[in-house]
Write a protein of this length. Sequence first.
Length: 550
Amino acid sequence: MRPPGHPPDHRTVHPTPGPPVGPSRTERGDIVADQRHPKRWWILAVICISVLTAVLDNTVLNVAIPSMSSELGATTTQLQWILNAYSLVQAGLLVAAGGLGDRYGRKRALAGGLALFGAGSLGAALSGTATQLIASRAVMGVGAAFLMASSLAVLVRVFDDAERPKAFGAWAATAALGIAIGPLVGGFLLANFWWGSVFLVNVPIALLGAIAVSVLVPETRDPEGERPDLLGGLLSIVATVGLLYAVTAIPEYGWTSAQVLLSALVGAAAAVGFAVWSRKAAYPMLDVALFRDPRFSGAVAGGVLAALGMGGALFLLTQHLQLVLGYSALEAGLRVAPMAVSVFVCSSVVSPKVIAGLGAPRTAAAGLAVSGVGLAVLAWVAADGIGYAGMLLALVLIGAGLGIAIPVTANALMGAIPPERAGTGSGVNSALQELGTGLGVAVLGAILMGRFVSLVPSSVSAAADRSLPAALDAAHRRGDGGVLAQVQHAFTSGMSLSLLVAAAALLVGGALAGLLIGRQPGTAGAPGTAEAPGAATLGGPAQDAPASAV
């Protein structure tokens, strides 16, 4: 990425020798008319299956939490890091991985990412301790970063202008579906196999995917492209992991503990260092000047808070369904499935129609507001014990709002970035979704545990400090139905409070997105000028960036 104000590079892309297989570029690097690769639809199928597997791993573990907690002896903090290790590493590396793929080969990055993802999945399936599982999930995150960052770059090269929107639409729908159906897939596997099966199923898919990529995908690279920002990537990982660890460690160690304060200090220092470095670096991982564009800032706020609400709600709800209401893993997955259907239908069918009627800013605000109302309804239903009928209404509202809003925020973010930086924009979009999901699990989980620990009876408080399953086991061993009911009530109360916080966050995100997405930058030549793709309207002409990347 060139610093703001620098003239465009005069360079050309040097693909591997052979006939043209994708878009050609001008000296500025803009994508122009191109040729269709004869095996493009096979390539799309391989990429979509790979993306589905990688994205699904963000939420597939939610229903496996009780099994992993009991079999691995994991604490609540460890459970959160089993979930977060994957998403945080992936989020921190996405943009840097895209730069490495551009420079050293997109096919190589895609195949290597699949191989790493498969190796990490095998290690996770065979893990005997929570620490081993966290490390394996981190390896999976590295592989997923290269997979996700290079997948769109490959599609750009093998589809022409006429067919590229269809390819991007398939990619985006697959990503949205993967996020939403994770609990259902996890529930099915846990109903028939042991908890490691949710990882082991990835291994043959990754192996076959890597082979298919090696055979089908043409190699393209830009050896004169922008140098990867390794220091920026490292600082972003340290900042994200440090700050989120501080949040998740509060219930276990306390606000003033050395663990929390030191982690927060390291994370904050790395965040400041990242901002300073990004302003000075010749090729920063993320140009912080983009945040001066109100559309970019509004899209970031809306996108992160949408992912926070969805990821956090799934994390809390699947535990509530299994541990408090007594459903099996498969039954819990089936009961969460309506949210998946709602997200998929509204993102692909409803959102374009709402945009046409209300415009992008109002659509983003309305969608996030609907999701916020759904979370508030879910909090009320859980607190009052109304049952699944009320929960179903809440799930449909949450999914519908997210399905309507996410395409708008993604398009606004891409529209704020100049066309020649579309690859960076795609990486930023995916990274923000991962970061939002991790924040949802960490922040809402910390709020839940703080409330839960404060309400459980003293007779099981030691077990409650570890996790809800441990507290339930302690209550069962005592044979006291009153204590068991108090433990379940404490968890429900904590979940309701967490969901209300998530609802408020979505309402704030909707307000920010609605106010900012429709505004143009205040200075000429700022990032995201009116000529950027998708800047004026959504659903317009085909663009280099996906129309509804999730």
